[in-house]
Design a protein around this ligand. Sequence first.
Ligand code: NAD
Length: 272
Amino acid sequence: MAEYGNMQTGTLMAGKRGVVMGVANKNSIAWGIAQQLAAQGAELAFTYQGEGLERRVRPLVESIDMDFMIPADVTDDAGMDAAFDQIKAKWGKIDFLVHAIAFAGKDELQGSMVENTTREGFARAMDISVFSFIDCSRRAAEIMPDGGAIICMTYLGAERTVPSYNVMGVAKAALEASTRYAARDLGPKGIRVNAISAGAMRTLSLAGIRGGKSLMGTGREWSLLKEDTRMEGVAGCALYLLSPIGHSIAGEVLHVDAGYHAVGVPDLPEEG
Ligand code: NAD
């Protein structure tokens, strides 16, 4: 019996097939999104970074009664060719793609952006976190003859400065611009491309950022809803953007962060 956690069940994605990239463990945003899409009837293929992660990812995939798993490191062109060939061979075409992949070195995700960003670190962050999205959008579009939808994951650090986020903020700004350009290119083919800007969530990626836990605390305190960003909200937004009810939305960055992005000044202390 498939387990979908707290996700809403239904048939919005019945008959639709798609690729979810970026599940590393049960806390991954990609996993929350996958559970929600499966709970609405989607059939999923999972790509994961490499053999080392299979042990963690397989039980999750099996818990929602799926088994299509492909190792794929986004920096390896031959591996990416093989992954998409495998998807094409099995399904012929797909309806959607979820890109939830990013990386920057620990040394870069602390202190001063100006001091700590090396040429090599910059190139790696941009390659894995931004180019891979452009590359995957091209590969996915080739097997979306009937149109489809693509999403990626971004963060407020693209728009405003966030301590320690540094080169990843620069990469997310480029990712958001890439979302708009991909939406422009693929729109005429009936493919909608959008991004979700999620608030800080407790995942492996957040653990790589110096002070990541404090980012969550501040996010909660400053947010309009006075709560953490919930996986159900992020996954629900993904469902909205990837399903037919998201019609007419393209080139958008939707914030799912308990309203944090809308705050200029946090609550003031009582004046005595
Ligand atoms: P996560 O660590 O669970 O997921 C990141 C994924 O990227 C992992 O599955 C990892 O294997 C994959 N990855 C890294 N390098 C790769 C490579 N070379 N090839 C293939 N895969 C690779 O963390 P997450 O928080 O779920 O991150 C998913 C996305 O959400 C990222 O784009 C992240 O920047 C974004 N995001 C996270 C937060 C947050 O607070 N956690 C907030 C907003 C946006």
